[in-house]
Design a protein around this ligand. Structure first.
Ligand code: ATP
Length: 248
């Protein structure tokens, strides 16, 4: 379990300052939300942390500065992310999808030690599926399970790499309110088991109902930070959301 700290992080796309000097911390072991209106820079912040865009500024995982590392090295260091589109493999089962997230070394170890047992059949995959309530659909194809279950499969595929810090990009997109509540409970559980989580989300109930702390971005800048109760009544946050629906 590690913290994630960003210092003066900036990203420009031509003349667009998608991120403009953002400094914030995701405390070790916390479920932290990152919200903001469309185009605020939330996905760009995840891209900058994971090395998918050129950024200036510092990214620290615990005590280690990682902003100079290639994306795969940041993942190896313990920083793992999901993407807005779930990008599950339609022709692989739920368990096989999750196994694709296993670090190559772990996959090879299982493969050799257990007489060529496929990674998807290993206890580590099935224990993770069980912890997320997916054991009954382990052998199903993603197209035959609910959207809520697909979101959990994407979460499991990220968790199988045993990240210290997990970045989630709109995991509740397309979920109904029951599925979103279920996801919130699962995310709390993930944190309680020792993973630090940064949650980018438009679903305000999910963020304000479950997060320990919330950061708010607007036009590439950090607008506010605080507990859900503090952020909910912050006048600057309410103003930023006018016309998009208040975060209350
Ligand atoms: N590859 C790119 N090239 C040019 N501009 C980009 C690129 N990616 C993002 N932008 C711009 O950067 C700004 C921030 O975009 P970003 O996708 O990070 O916002 P967001 O907060 O994640 O939005 P949303 O909630 O709609 O997903 C926007 O003005 C966007 O148009």
């Amino acid at each position: 379990m590690l913290s994630l700290a960003l210092r003066d992080l900036s990203v420009a796309f031509g003349g667009v300052h998608a991120l403009d000097g953002v400094t914030l911390e995701v405390a070790q072991g916390s479920l932290t939300g990152l919200i903001g209106p469309n185009g605020a820079g939330k996905t760009t912040l995840l891209d900058a942390c994971t090395g998918y865009v050129t950024a200036h500024g510092e990214v620290r995982l615990g005590d280690r500065r990682i902003d100079g590392l290639a994306p795969y090295r940041r993942a190896r260091a313990g920083l793992v992310r999901t993407f807005q589109s779930l990008d599950l493999f339609d022709d692989l089962t739920v368990a096989e999808n999750v196994a694709t997230g296993m670090p190559g070394e772990a996959r090879r170890r299982w493969w050799h030690q257990l007489r060529r047992m496929p990674a998807a059949d290993t206890p580590v995959v099935h224990d993770l599926l069980a912890s997320l309530g997916l054991d009954s659909v382990a052998g199903a194809l993603p197209g035959s399970v609910s959207q809520g279950q697909r979101a959990l499969v994407a979460l499991a595929r990220a968790l199988i790499a045993r990240p210290d810090v997990l970045l989630l990009d709109e995991p509740a997109a397309g979920l109904d309110s029951h599925e979103s509540e279920e996801l919130g409970r699962r995310l709390r559980d993930v944190c309680d088991r020792g993973t630090t989580v940064l949650l980018v989300e438009h679903d305000m109930s999910l963020v304000l109902g479950n997060c320990d702390h919330v950061h708010v971005l607007d036009a590439g800048k950090l607008l506010a930070s605080g507990t859900p109760a503090e952020v909910r009544k912050d006048p600057a946050v309410l103003a930023a959301y006018l016309g998009e629906g208040s975060p209350s």
